[in-house]
Design a protein around this ligand. Structure first.
Ligand code: EPZ
Length: 424
């Protein structure tokens, strides 16, 4: 069983290069299903989730060339199977992002239900509502825990779809299906995350006609066929926020290169509220927390452009060390405080009620054996371990490796006393 050991590391210092965004590259790869030509995706991070998506595409019949580091050449000449692999779907729920492209290209997709995960039930009802609105038949085969979505050739038609919640995945799935629909689709109350814009840019390079991505109303005019393209993935805004917090929690200073400040404005704003210095330089985002008294602030997660839920747990780890009490509210997922138990093992003394956590602050954390309860909580435990007295041993680190490229080495490069070990 792999684990990460972290010792108290003192202020981190140096430069770190941000990798391509996990939550962008996954829908981008799914979109390659929409054409029989080759799509070249550049800036691809080396992640477990990317490997799972490559397997999903190969199972559908895609030819994947990943011989060049950081580049994936994908070509779905013809679809060999319309059924998602159940084991892969269980391993990565983002596999459901292949439903929309398969429906649009092939007219049928059978997808095992992804089930919930530690942060919530994570249903796909809004995805299915979108497919039905575009004219597909959706059969929820509860007995076999799968859903069958199909449409006769040429019957996918544009329509207006209102999303009850600005779901990122539902927006992406519907947008991809609508590119090959008859007529125009309007997605109302659409998600506005940068990853939506990145996907729309790729689709438009393929010949789609998408307007207003990044706003809460996206317009997609269907076309007959899409072609191949070359596209580079945007930098990972959540990895960017994670390393900004690494500087803050260790009272160090880090230059974060290849980061887009426009994608992390809530994190910049909140760190400044805590009296952390953040400068936007030509070389990147410079975060300096040296010799400064840092103070508490409150956090409330919201869909973009609000404070990102994926940074909630790393930011909470940081808040345990600043002067004063903080309130953290999680409004996006119903169960995203699993990391509180782990932080409390380290002496954080956090209390929670429903979706609200009270973080007393001013704590000297102590090393402990803790778990990574989800991808981002794992990152939070590494951050806490950097400032805890003694050694912190983090288990279930496969979560971390799903979404952070070269995570341990990037921290080592900043002076962290951290290592990955194999230990039962
Ligand atoms: C994406 O998940 C991200 N994953 C998540 O990142 C991120 O936390 C989330 O968006 C919110 O920003 C990828 O992009 C691969 P949602 P997604 O649909 O699309 C409810 C990480 O750590 N909902 O916006 O699944 C849902 O239960 C991961 O990188 C429905 O009720 O998120 C949740 O409470 C974690 N019905 C809320 O909406 C639906 O049909 C937000 O979900 C769909 C969603």
């Amino acid at each position: 069983m792999s684990k990460i050991l972290v010792n108290s590391s003192g202020p981190l210092h140096g430069e770190v290069e941000i990798s391509g965004a996990k939550n962008s590259v996954l829908p981008l790869l799914a979109a390659t299903i929409l054409t029989d030509q080759t799509c070249i995706i550049e800036g691809v991070p080396d992640l477990v989730d990317v490997n799972v998506m490559k397997k999903m595409l190969r199972n559908y019949g895609s030819e994947i060339d990943d011989s060049e580091p950081g580049v994936i050449r994908a070509q779905m000449k013809e679809v060999a199977s319309c059924e998602g692999d159940a084991d892969l779907v269980q391993e990565m729920r983002a596999s459901v992002f292949t439903m929309g492209p398969m429906l649009a290209r092939y007219g049928k997709v059978i997808m095992p239900l992804p089930g919930g995960c530690t942060i919530g039930k994570r249903p796909i009802d809004l995805h299915l509502k979108g497919f039905r609105a575009l004219g597909a038949e959706v059969i929820e085969d509860v007995e076999n825990e799968r859903v069958i979505v199909s449409a006769e050739p040429g019957t996918i038609k544009g329509d207006a779809i209102y999303l009850d919640f600005p779901s990122v995945g539902a927006t992406e799935n519907i947008m991809m299906t609508a590119t090959l629909a008859n007529g125009t689709t309007i997605i109302e109350n659409a998600a506005k995350e940068p990853e939506i814009i990145d996907l729309a840019n790729l689709l438009n390079k393929m010949g789609a006609r998408i307007k207003y991505a990044g706003t809460d109303m996206i317009r997609i005019e269907g076309v007959k066929k899409l072609s191949g393209c070359i596209h580079a993935v945007i930098p990972d805004r959540i990895e960017t926020g994670t390393f900004m917090l690494a500087a803050a929690i260790t009272r160090g200073d880090i230059l974060i290169k290849n980061a887009l400040p426009g994608h992390v404005r809530p994190i910049i704003a909140k760190l400044k509220e805590c009296n952390v210095k953040v400068d936007l330089l030509p070389e990147g985002i410079y975060v300096d927390a040296r010799d400064r008294e840092l103070i508490a602030t409150d956090i409330k997660t919201l869909p973009y452009p609000g404070f990102p839920t994926d940074i909630q747990s790393p930011f909470m780890a940081f808040l345990t060390t600043v002067k004063g009490q903080s309130i953290v509210r999680e409004t996006v997922f119903e169960n995203r405080f699993m990391h509180v138990v782990e932080l409390n093992r380290m002496g954080a003394d956090i209390s929670t009620q429903n979706r609200e956590a009270v973080v007393p602050g001013s704590k000297q954390l102590k090393g402990a054996r803790v778990r990574a309860t989800d991808l981002r909580a794992g990152a939070a435990m590494v951050l806490a371990g950097l400032v805890a007295k003694g050694t912190t041993e983090i288990s279930e680190i496969y979560h971390i490796e799903r979404g952070y490229e070269n995570f341990v080495n990037k921290f080592k490069g900043l002076g962290a006393d951290i290592m990955k070990i194999e230990r039962d």
